[in-house]
Design a protein around this ligand. Structure first.
Ligand SMILES: O=C(O)CCC(=O)C(=O)O
Ligand SMILES: [Fe+2]
Length: 512
């Protein structure tokens, strides 16, 4: 199916057009009932961390070089600014189906990965090379955000923000179906002082005081969570910061100096797929520790730390320290959700499975009755719901909506459901939530909605799902989704054509 070529509107409209074209007789969606399902609030309460960050002082020493002649550009902790600036071009971004340049949304320049790279094989300390350091980062990224999944770090660009430079709230453009995260490492220009070098108890605040000349001021990096909260994170040369690509984030205007950031794409794939500019690749690991964690529900929060310790190299002791959310800033800043809530998950999953099973029973009973009555009157199709559905927490490309690419709480939930009952059917499909009738109820909350399969083969797929459905609402996710569907959204460097756009995903559950 072709995207409406020059239309900046959300591509969901393309699907709505297709739905119409398919004819009114074809059912490709479901009405969502206004009232909350009893399991809704427990579902909404399930959260895991969406951002990972860790100190790794060895990063500062990694050397950068130009790719055309291997000339030195200094290190992450001491970058040759004029040489780097000479390679930079203005940064574009995506607006719906278009790639645009607009300084009101994004003002900055960048050096792409085909001009600049790392001296990966060069020794940094002892026998350690940059390659080893990036490998440690990849392992730690897997532990923090993609447990059990293979992780590949691919250098994408170096971004430069000078005074006035900024990037409004956006999600990152994905570059492949397997691309699910972004990793950032800040750079310091040669000779510059950074706020965190100045004070061990630094608060990542950019206020210049005591006459210190910092590399830059302003430029605060924020993550905007789907529940409306946001968290502030330091981007610096002695730590890395990673997050899921569909998480909205922004860079506040730089007020002074130059802010430099290395950006890497995180792919969930191993060495069998080759990619230019790969700096590290680690294979999938067993998820035993994670499984244990779910079973020991509610035991203690220490489980998580144990897992981290196992995964860390002894040579990088300081990398065991997680940066506190908000860079240790004031208590009134909202904090990001903590890693996993195994007790909540372990409590929720059996309830959900029991609910889906109870629907099957009810459906069976009705069918038996109508079967017995068959001789007397025409067989009535059961209207009893058989399938439970809920929206995934994260957004996915249509082709990415596969078990191996699920992220965060979506992945944890999927695996816990699989484990809870192997007989349970689980289907994942991209969907579009369509407002129908009055868009907003009295409370201002959208309530009159239809969920439509956002697939070219929707009318075929819908037949594979037992009718009818019970929609378990996730109000926060729905609200942020509807907001996103209202108009063109901004994405990283490029536009995302129809087939690569972010879509809501829904998980359908039923027993055969
Ligand atoms: O420079 C940063 O800290 C992040 C910039 C960003 O979000 C992007 O370029 O997509
Ligand atoms: Fe970004």
């Amino acid at each position: 199916m072709a995207a409406p070529a020059s239309q900046p509107e959300h591509i969901a409209f393309a699907y709505l057009a297709v739905q119409k074209a398919l004819g009114k007789g074809e059912k490709t969606g479901w009405t969502i009932k206004a009232q909350d399902h009893p399991l809704s609030s427990a579902l909404a309460a399930l959260r895991v961390d969406e951002v990972g960050s860790r100190y790794d002082r060895t990063l500062s020493a990694v050397k950068l070089v130009t790719l055309n002649n291997g000339a030195s550009l200094g290190t992450i902790g001491s970058l040759k600014l004029p040489e780097v600036q000479a390679l930079a071009v203005p940064s574009s971004f995506g607006k719906g189906a278009e790639t645009v340049y607009d300084e009101s949304v994004r003002k900055g320049t960048e050096v792409s990965a085909d001009k600049l790279g790392f001296a990966l094989e060069e020794r940094i300390s002892g026998s350690f090379t940059a390659k080893d350091i990036f490998k440690n980062v990849a392992e730690a990224v897997a532990t923090a955000l993609f447990p059990g999944q293979p992780v590949k770090l691919v250098f994408y660009k170096l971004a430069i923000y000078e005074p006035g430079g900024h990037f409004e709230k956006h999600r990152d453009t994905t570059h492949a179906d397997s691309h699910h995260g972004t990793l950032l490492i800040g750079c310091t220009p040669e000779g510059a002082t950074t706020p965190w070098e100045d004070d061990d108890n630094d608060d990542d605040d950019d206020d210049a005081d005591e006459g210190v000349s910092y590399a830059y001021e302003g430029g605060q990096f924020s993550i905007h969570h789907s529940d409306g909260t946001s968290s502030k994170w330091p981007v610096r040369p002695d730590s890395w910061l990673a997050f899921y690509t569909d998480l909205e984030h922004s860079v506040a205007p730089v007020t002074k100096g130059v802010r430099l950031t290395l950006q890497f794409d995180i792919y969930l794939e191993d060495d069998t797929v080759e990619r230019a500019h790969t700096v590290a690749s680690v294979p999938a690991t067993k998820r035993e520790a994670e499984g244990k964690k779910l079973k020991n529900a509610g035991d203690s929060d220490d489980d998580e730390d144990d897992t981290d310790d196992e995964d860390d190299s002894d040579a990088h002791d300081e990398s065991k320290l997680f940066l506190p959310p908000n860079g240790g800033r004031s208590a009134d800043e909202p904090t990001v959700p903590t890693r996993i809530v195994p007790d909540r998950l372990a409590d929720f999953v059996p309830k959900l499975v029991a609910f889906v099973r109870s629907m099957r029973k009810a459906g069976d009973d009705t069918r038996t009755k109508s079967g017995q009555a068959k001789a007397k009157r025409p067989r009535k199709k059961s209207n009893e719901p058989r399938t439970a559905v809920f929206l995934l927490h994260h957004l996915y490309r249509q082709q990415s909506l596969l078990p191996e690419y699920l992220k965060g709480i979506d992945k944890a939930l999927y695996e816990a459901l699989k484990e809870a009952d192997p007989q349970l059917n689980i289907a994942l499909h991209p969907v579009y939530i369509n407002m129908s009738g009055d868009e907003y109820g009295e409370s201002g909350e959208p309530w009159s909605q239809t969920m439509i399969l956002a697939r070219a083969d929707a009318s075929h797929v819908v037949k594979t799902i037992p009718q009818s459905i019970v929609f378990i609402r996730r109000p926060g996710v729905e609200a942020s989704l509807l907001k996103m569907q209202e108009g063109a959204e901004y994405t990283g460097n490029e536009s995302m054509p129809t087939e690569y756009s972010y879509f809501a995903g829904a998980m359908f559950l039923w027993f055969s």
